[in-house]
Design a binder for this molecule. Structure first.
Ligand SMILES: NC(=O)c1ccc[n+]([C@@H]2O[C@H](COP(=O)([O-])OP(=O)(O)OC[C@H]3O[C@@H](n4cnc5c(N)ncnc54)[C@H](OP(=O)(O)O)[C@@H]3O)[C@@H](O)[C@H]2O)c1
Length: 248
């Protein structure tokens, strides 16, 4: 049987590195995208030490040149791609009334435009795979339903603009790719890791990275009759932990 090949962006640490570990443990060849060469090599070594068939791929999702070079390299080495996990993301910003547009543009370059650029560069190779899966790592804070539900702990969070709205945009982007590709075997879904302890939130999250990566791994390995165009994962609720399909 041919190996399954997965590209994970922002795989040098946090949820991305853990997603690569978990996919590697399932026998998937993991291409660990990282924008910093030294950090990418370190991740490759850690993944290999953990038993994964892993290779570092230089990839800055905001650089057209870097994305093109990564796509060309995957094309030359493998000729196809089975799984794309758009995991790279950044968080910045404060209340809407104090929005620094440069900071907001920076967030959108990575969390929104980067995802589109990487997806479109990889799509020709994904289309050649028998069961292609695209996972966009989103967030429950991008869910307008959850963020405005008075019963949700998310509604109690201070109002931010750049990061939550970038994830709302990513949710719609996910739904629209799924719509365009609905008559193909390509499944496109958004993952919500839940509030996970990583550098992104100075480790204030209450979930482990093992838990945070679960949704991405689940969506990356969906069977042929699995869904496309959904948001899935861990949801922070007032009484209990929810895990499954989530409201947009
Ligand atoms: N942690 C949470 O509670 C939480 C909750 C919901 C969703 N998420 C999402 O989960 C994803 C992973 O976040 P995390 O919590 O694991 O954060 P993290 O530990 O800060 O990791 C973020 C990763 O993205 C990479 N990255 C940032 N900009 C990049 C770029 N331009 N090109 C390539 N890679 C880039 C980082 O690389 P460098 O090391 O070079 O900066 C790092 O590898 C993000 O999309 C985030 O929005 C996180």
């Amino acid at each position: 049987m041919a190996t399954t090949i997965a590209l994970i962006t922002g795989a040098n640490k946090g949820i991305g590195l853990e997603t690569a570990h978990q996919l590697g443990a399932r026998g998937v060849t993991v291409l660990a995208g990282a924008r910093d060469e030294a950090l990418g090599r370190q991740a490759e070594t850690a993944l290999r030490q953990g038993g994964a068939d892993a290779r570092f791929v230089p990839l800055d999702v905001t650089s057209e040149k870097s994305v093109r070079q990564a796509a060309d390299w995957i094309e030359k080495e493998y000729g196809r791609l089975d799984i794309l996990v758009n995991n790279a993301g950044i968080a910045r910003g404060g209340p809407p009334s104090e929005t620094d547009l440069d900071a907001m543009r920076e967030v959108y370059e990575t969390n929104v435009f980067g995802v589109i650029m990487v997806t479109n560069a990889m799509l020709p190779m994904l289309r050649r795979a028998p069961a292609p899966r695209i996972v966009n790592v989103s967030s429950e804070v991008g869910s307008i339903t959850s963020m405005t539900d008075p019963a949700s702990p998310l509604a109690q969070m201070p109002a931010g603009l750049a990061y939550p709205s970038s994830k709302s945009a990513l949710n719609m982007i996910t739904a629209m790719y799924a719509k365009e590709l609905r008559d193909t075997p390509v499944k496109v879904n958004a993952a919500n890791p839940g509030y996970t302890a990583t550098d992104l939130n100075r480790h204030s999250g209450f979930r482990s990275v093992a838990e945070g990566a679960e949704a991405s791994v689940h969506l990356a390995t969906l069977p042929a009759d699995g869904p496309s165009g959904i948001l899935w994962g861990h949801l922070w609720t007032a009484d209990a932990d929810a895990y499954g399909p989530l409201p947009w």
